[in-house]
Design a protein around this ligand. Structure first.
Ligand code: HEC
Length: 108
């Protein structure tokens, strides 16, 4: 029961982040994709403290890197990931994942 309430709270928070973001992508789809594909190495949700792959930064820390922008993330995701050269994302998927990562930014 409590778990359901917490989960709903999280979804609402994500929805609020989506409403405030000036991004083209869909935050929820980005999260779903990240959980499926990126979570193998990266901590994709802020509650996850450490990445499965210690060399991969958590998405929360990527989002909160000073100067991190949607453009920088797009560039990164269109160039080859050193450890995963075969990861090719569709442009729409890139938008979604970028929107999701930037939704993890702490409010300043
Ligand atoms: C096979 C493991 C693996 C998977 C899967 C993976 N990554 Fe990575 N990623 C890494 C590693 C390791 C690094 C650090 C590489 C470096 O800094 O040179 C990294 C770095 C990054 C960075 C740069 C962070 C920074 O601050 O420079 C971004 C952004 C990123 N990954 C996004 C993603 C996204 C989005 C996905 C899913 C579509 C993904 N990664 C899937 C291993 C992975």
């Amino acid at each position: 029961m409590l778990r359901t309430v917490l989960l709903t709270g999280c979804m609402l928070a994500t929805g609020a982040a989506l409403a405030g973001a000036q991004e083209l992508g869909d935050v929820r789809q980005g999260l779903a994709y990240a959980r499926k594909v990126c979570a193998e190495c990266h901590a994709v949700v802020p509650s996850q403290l450490a990445s499965p792959n210690p060399d991969a930064p958590s998405f929360a820390s990527v989002a909160n890197t000073p100067g991190m922008t949607a453009t920088a993330l797009h560039v990164w995701l269109h160039t080859s990931h050193p450890t995963m050269p075969n990861l090719i994302l569709e442009p729409d998927t890139v938008d979604d994942v970028v929107a999701y990562i930037l939704s993890l930014r702490r409010k300043r």
